[in-house]
Design a protein around this ligand. Structure first.
Ligand code: NAD
Length: 480
């Protein structure tokens, strides 16, 4: 049936992760009903108790409202019931890096596609791939479902609809998208196109924002966007490090280059390297798929390698600042002097580091591929004692990242002051706003040496040095 308004449409989401949950919750504001399905029983039971498993501004209130009004339903079984009732079924499961080779692991996507095929009712259902998948996947999913459906009364289409939400502002991004890309709908008045147009009509105010493309273009757009962002970060990091060698300030440089509207201000912030659940895995998957066509993406290969090297160097630089002999070294000099070696020359055995921030960026609780986790692991491997505070991280959520470090001196603390108690070096690894407003006099009293490494350039150098700290940041001169 042709649906006229979003409020006539029933939707199911396979996967209640960052993408599936945020999309379900936001669509439930407008759709007739949204089923949010996940095989993780614990996650679903927490959601039914209105416990939101991820930290995302605005999510909790919307979830509560839509769940209580029964427009949003959480299921960990009986998925067939949801599929039968849905006009549109989204696949939003994870596509992590396959161990060892960098390829996207499509096993979750294919497994969901197979089970959907078996559940499809008579009549028409639209299947939408929202997960980030390599070019060619939609076509494979269509073949797979076609091969598995039993009845000739089952009709379906597969379209690609990659997600561009940013963790930390995911709800806002979903409600006000820069663009919505829909791949593989075919001609203007096809049922799939009409359904997708109707579904997104409450969010897309301007026709230019809704882009209809082929499957392959949609899949490529998602990877190309993430690869571009990763490149911009790596580019800024390289310029920042060179700035330090020539006594220039990266903040001044990026402010000026960003004013060129061909460049823009976004993603020109230097830091400890890019991380998170998307950029590293997506850029690796893109490069890996190109290799299958005997095509080398040299720029992107170098971005991946540069980022790995950077995370290690940042860890070594932080480690080196625990020693008086290295205290004059800013990151630029450090990198310059250490470009051939992978091990720090400084002995930090037993030295205490206070780490502020563990998530890959602020306003999220996601620790996946966070550069901060890498830095802490490096410090622990070198024998340091490490105390960490992150406003969204509890001790139980870090265990799996430090499984190889059981018995190592790692503490997850409840506040910045406890984490920095007796620290030789304080390192800011995530740009949480609350770190701007710390009581520096109190910190000055609790630490054992007065050294701050701000890998996010969050603080005002002169304010911190006035408080009696040696202040190091990225791409700016050190302040003593
Ligand atoms: P996630 O790991 O947070 O969530 C995936 C969920 O799928 C998990 O809860 C898992 O239990 C569930 N799942 C696995 N198999 C299932 C099955 N057979 N049936 C039902 N549920 C199942 O992942 P995410 O971060 O939401 O990412 C999902 C996809 O979206 C990935 O491809 C990712 O690259 C892409 N993406 C993520 C973001 C982001 O910011 N996190 C942004 C854009 C795109």
């Amino acid at each position: 049936a042709k649906e006229e308004q979003a409020s006539d449409i029933c939707v199911s989401f396979f996967g209640a992760g960052y993408v599936g949950l945020v999309s379900s919750v936001c669509l439930a504001d407008y759709c007739k009903k949204v089923y949010c399905l996940d095989t993780d029983k614990e996650k679903i039971s927490r959601l039914r108790n209105l416990e939101v498993p991820i930290y995302e501004p605005l999510l909790e209130e919307k979830l509560r409202r839509n769940y209580e009004s029964r427009r949003l339903i959480f299921l960990s079984e009986d998925f067939e019931l949801a599929v039968r009732e849905s006009h549109i079924v989204f696949i939003a499961v994870g596509t992590p890096s396959r161990r060892g080779d960098g390829h996207a692991d499509l096993s979750y996507v294919f497994s969901v596609a197979e089970s959907i095929a078996e559940m499809l009712p008579s009549g028409y259902t639209l299947i939408v791939i929202k997960s980030t998948v390599p070019i060619g996947t939609c076509s494979k999913v269509q073949e797979l479902i076609k091969a598995k459906t039993k009845s000739s009364k089952v009709q379906f289409d597969v379209v690609s609809n990659p997600e561009f939400l940013r963790q930390g502002s995911a709800v806002d991004n979903f409600l006000h998208p820069d663009r919505v890309v829909i791949g593989g709908c075919g001609p203007m008045k096809s049922l799939s196109r009409t359904l997708m147009e109707t579904l997104y009509s409450p969010f897309v105010k301007d026709k230019e924002t809704l882009l209809f493309t082929s499957w392959e273009e949609a899949e490529m757009i998602k990877y190309a966007s993430n690869a571009f962002l990763a490149t911009k970060i790596q580019f800024t990091n390289e310029i920042a490090d060179f700035c330090q060698l020539v006594n220039a300030n990266i903040s001044v440089v990026t402010r000026a280059i960003g004013l060129d509207e061909r460049i823009g201000h976004h993603y020109l912030q230097p830091g400890p390297g890019f991380g998170g659940s998307c950029l590293p895995k997506d850029i690796r998957a893109l490069v890996r798929s190109a290799q299958e066509y005997n095509y080398s993406m040299r720029l992107l290969e170098s971005v991946i390698e540069g980022n790995e090297v950077r995370k290690r160097r940042i860890a070594q630089w932080i480690a080196s600042l625990a020693s008086e002999s290295c205290i004059e070294e800013d990151l630029g000099t450090f990198l310059h002097g250490h470009h051939t070696t992978h091990t720090t020359t400084v002995n930090i055995y037993g030295k205490k580091f206070g780490i502020l921030g563990l998530t890959f960026k602020a306003n999220t609780d996601d620790l996946r591929d966070s550069p901060a986790i890498f830095v802490v692991q490096e410090l622990l491997s070198l024998g340091a004692r490490v105390s960490v505070y992150d406003p969204q991280v509890k001790a139980e959520s870090v265990t799996k990242y430090f499984a190889a470090f059981q018995g190592f001196p790692l503490d997850i603390c409840d506040d910045s002051y406890t984490a920095c108690q007796e620290a030789e070096v304080i390192a800011i690894l995530t740009e949480w706003e609350e770190f701007r407003d710390l009581d520096w006099n109190r910190l000055h009293e609790v630490v054992s040496r007065h050294v701050i490494v701000d890998t996010r350039n969050l603080l005002e150098p002169d304010v911190i040095s006035d408080k009696g700290f040696r202040y190091y940041s990225v791409g700016r001169p050190p302040y003593f």
